[in-house]
Write a protein that binds this ligand. Structure first.
Ligand SMILES: *Cc1c(COP(=O)(O)O)cnc(C)c1O
Length: 366
């Protein structure tokens, strides 16, 4: 059986370090924020190259906190429009809605699956105040073009980097350091995953970092002194400690993912199967490897019978979800076609060469 993602085996690589850290954690008894959280924040900021990292509870809360903090700073106002790709995990859109802003769904570029920059300008109105870019599947969006549009229309640019930890542009800048602020998720299955829920925000904006730091902790930086109507969105200290152990291995893990992706790209040769666009650079960290196929169910069943697990990212586009029925009349044919035809095949830092060969052989024989 080739699992889609063997989280137990991924984390088993750090078992000794986790156990030592847990014993130390138990002895120290500092459970909320404190040295482990601060140390991970410093480590992750250094990794991303940003001035600030604020550890938070999860990726969705990271998005909400960024938007709520911009509202607290007066840089956004409730009701403002935020441009967001229509084909994303629903959290990107919920992050906007839960901050009382209005998502404007934009079609992706069929080639890269990322937001179609030509479509962005068509959707800009006087109410548009920000763009939330998603580096979908681990591949950086076209940031040069997006920043150019944002500058022209004076829009904030926020990255949803939940699938792109460590992705790097040609200037060596990493996801999280490509715009005004970025949201990360350390959900266990992400490229950098905790052993529970966790997230972070990166930014170079001191004022924004200050407000986020307050809002994630009851609007307070000094105990029992509350300056803002805050939340409890703190990064759990134990998860921070685990993440600090895993972070130094992220680049090697991403590199292994790219090696596997290169084999899939080079060796899958079947006209029925579409391969994703990849320019060969470090701008893709292959959070997932997407193939496209007309009759997804048939291929999926074939792989399952051959004991290869797959997943679909994602089976139903956000605007077709009952929760977002307000948006159900939008005409988004590219998004819908992508959601109808994508299938994710196994890729992870511990997927072996022989497993990759088996997947390739099965796909070529299909
Ligand atoms: C995982 C994910 C999130 C949400 O992260 P959680 O930690 O599960 O809240 C947001 N956006 C994208 C694109 C994601 O893949």
């Amino acid at each position: 059986m080739i699992k889609f993602l063997d989280l137990q085996a991924i984390n088993a690589r750090y078992e000794t370090a986790f156990q030592e850290k847990f014993s130390q954690f138990l002895k120290e008894g500092h459970y909320i924020l404190g040295p482990e959280t601060e140390s991970f924040e410093a480590n992750f900021a250094a990794y991303c190259g940003t001035k600030y990292t604020i550890g938070v509870s999860n990726g969705l809360d990271a998005l909400i906190l960024i938007f709520k903090s911009y509202i607290a700073l007066g840089k956004l106002n409730p009701g403002d429009e935020v441009i967001v790709p229509a084909n994303t995990f629903i959290a990107s859109i919920l992050g906007i809605i839960h901050a009382d802003l209005k998502p404007v769904l934009v079609e992706p570029d069929e080639k890269t699956f990322n937001i179609n920059t030509a479509e962005i300008e068509k959707q800009i109105t006087p109410k548009t105040k920000a763009i939330l870019v998603v580096h979908l599947y681990g591949q950086l969006a076209d940031m040069n073009k997006i920043l150019q549009i944002a500058k022209k229309h004076q829009l904030l640019v926020i990255e949803d980097a939940a699938q792109a930890h460590g992705a790097q542009n040609n200037d060596g800048l990493k996801a999280g350091n490509l715009a005004d602020a970025a949201a990360f998720s350390f959900y266990p299955g992400k490229n950098l995953g905790a052993l529970g829920d966790a997230g972070a925000i990166t930014t170079n904006d001191k004022d924004l970092a200050t407000v986020i730091t307050e809002l994630r902790n009851y609007g307070s930086t000094e105990k029992y002194v509350n300056t803002r109507l805050g939340f409890n969105n703190r990064l759990d200290a134990l998860q921070a400690a685990f993440l600090s152990i895993k972070l130094p291995h992220l680049d090697a893990d991403n590199s292994r993912r790219r090696d596997i992706a290169n084999r899939y790209q080079g060796e899958i040769k079947n006209l029925k199967i579409g391969l994703p666009f990849y320019d060969g650079s470090k701008n893709h960290v292959f959070h997932v490897f997407i193939i496209r196929v007309e009759n997804r169910e048939s291929l999926d069943n074939y792989l399952k019978e051959s004991k290869v697990e797959t997943l679909t990212h994602y089976p139903i586009p956000p605007h077709k979800q009952e929760a977002l029925k307000l948006y159900s009349n939008l005409h988004l044919p590219i998004t819908e076609s992508i959601h109808n035809t994508v299938l994710s095949i196994p890729i992870s830092p511990i997927t072996t060469d022989s497993e990759v060969s088996k997947v390739i052989n099965l796909l070529n024989a299909y």
